[in-house]
Design a protein around this ligand. Structure first.
Ligand code: NAD
Length: 355
């Protein structure tokens, strides 16, 4: 069993902790928090051992009646791998603590690429993890882009990728984020950091990204334009992408016309927190003309990196292959909404170019 600790129990950390608990080959040692709040209460109710990220705050947990097992250094010492899900920039600082205990660490996408020894997306470079002690699971947007590009690059080659990322202003729990009534180029420069971040996984892909922030909290929407090196045909691309477990084609028949109904669909399927771990691709949007491919995909920023964190734990601390790890992660979490729409597997996508 791989002993795993989670340092930073917020949006990402609480999801990763829950996901660790359903893995047959992992034990959750505990989770670390800075301050007592409702998430600390929930951690205790879930039966998770709670550690104080800041030892000076141990008294405030006691005052709130929340039992603390010990300081975060105890959690690090008792873990084979730490998933650091602290706010951007703190993970890099925490690496000294992980090093001091010879504990391997997974950082998140808010950290600079060079804060860890390599950037990670399961589908693209799981098997490249060797004796690294730190990996960085890239951001939600970069994870979503890489999952899409990986099979296309393998099968057809990618000449260029041009992507506009229409990004949610903040997560639902972030009351201080915006914009409230605006549409903001973010950043105003092109490219945004997402393209270079994809290049930390696929250095050879010519990708340019532009970012826009909008007053929404639900998900991101990507408008994707890719020029392939070899001409595929619409049906072939559809089949290729449909066979990827972490890509979900929203079928036309579902009549899901936006991110609101998409999240409602996730909740109706019984997904905890309404989480969508898969990239959600609009089937009608898939257009292939010669070597040019266009589509819309949506990324649930709070959830898509969760399966990657689980795979990253195995990549660092087990002998399991990419296929074994991804299959186990997908099975235990219930990744794969395609089965909800069995008929869609048999239907042909409306072709823009014949195979
Ligand atoms: P969050 O603010 O929701 O959670 C961070 C948690 O860490 C909070 O509970 C905070 O109290 C705690 N914390 C603060 N300082 C700490 C410290 N020194 N030690 C331990 N805990 C500390 O943040 P998040 O959205 O979960 O983001 C975490 C990381 O994941 C960031 O790198 C972020 O860029 C990345 N990420 C976030 C999203 C997203 O959309 N939320 C998606 C993908 C990746």
């Amino acid at each position: 069993m791989i002993r795993v600790g989670v340092n930073g129990y917020g949006t990402i950390g609480k999801r990763v902790a829950d996901a660790i608990c359903v893995q047959p080959d992992m034990n959750l040692v505990g989770v670390a928090k800075t301050r007592p709040n409702y998430e600390a209460e929930i951690a205790i109710r879930n039966g998770y051992d709670l550690y104080a990220a800041d030892p000076a705050q141990m008294g405030s947990f006691a005052e709130a009646g929340i039992d603390i097992t010990g300081p975060v250094s105890d959690l690090v010492a008792a873990s084979d791998v730490i998933v650091d899900a602290t706010p951007s920039g703190i993970g890099e600082q925490n690496c000294k603590l992980y090093d001091a205990h010879s504990t391997k660490a997974i950082l998140q996408g808010g950290e600079d690429a060079d804060a860890a020894e390599m950037s990670f997306v399961s589908r693209a470079n799981y098997d490249d993890v060797g004796d690294e002690r730190t990996v960085r699971v890239v951001s939600c947007n970069t994870t979503g882009l890489t999952r899409l590009l990986a099979p296309l690059a393998e099968r057809y080659g990618v000449e260029t990728a041009r992507v506009t990322l229409i990004r949610r202003g903040g997560d639902p729990g972030e009351i201080d984020r915006g914009p409230i009534n605006d549409i903001v180029p973010d950043p105003t420069e092109i490219p945004s950091h997402h393209g270079p971040d994809v290049n930390t996984i696929f250095p050879e892909i010519d990708i340019e990204t532009a970012g826009v922030k909008v007053p929404a909290t639900l998900m991101h929407l990507h408008s994707v334009n890719i020029t392939l090196e070899r001409e595929p045909g619409a049906q072939r691309v559809h089949e290729l992408l449909q066979n990827e477990s972490r890509l979900f084609f929203i079928p036309e028949q579902a009549k899901i016309g936006g991110l609101g109904p998409l999240k409602e669909f996730a909740r109706d399927t019984g997904r905890t927190r309404g989480d969508l771990w898969e990239n959600c691709l609009w089937e009608e949007s898939l257009t292939v003309a010669g070597t040019d491919l266009s589509l819309f995909q949506s990324i649930h920023q709070e959830a898509d990196v969760v399966p990657e964190n689980i795979d990253a734990i195995r990549a660092l601390a087990s002998e399991q292959s990419r296929e074994e790890s991804m299959r186990l992660t997908d099975e235990t979490l219930g990744v794969g909404l395609e089965s909800m729409f069995a008929d869609s597997r048999r239907r042909a996508v409306r072709p823009a170019a014949d195979d």
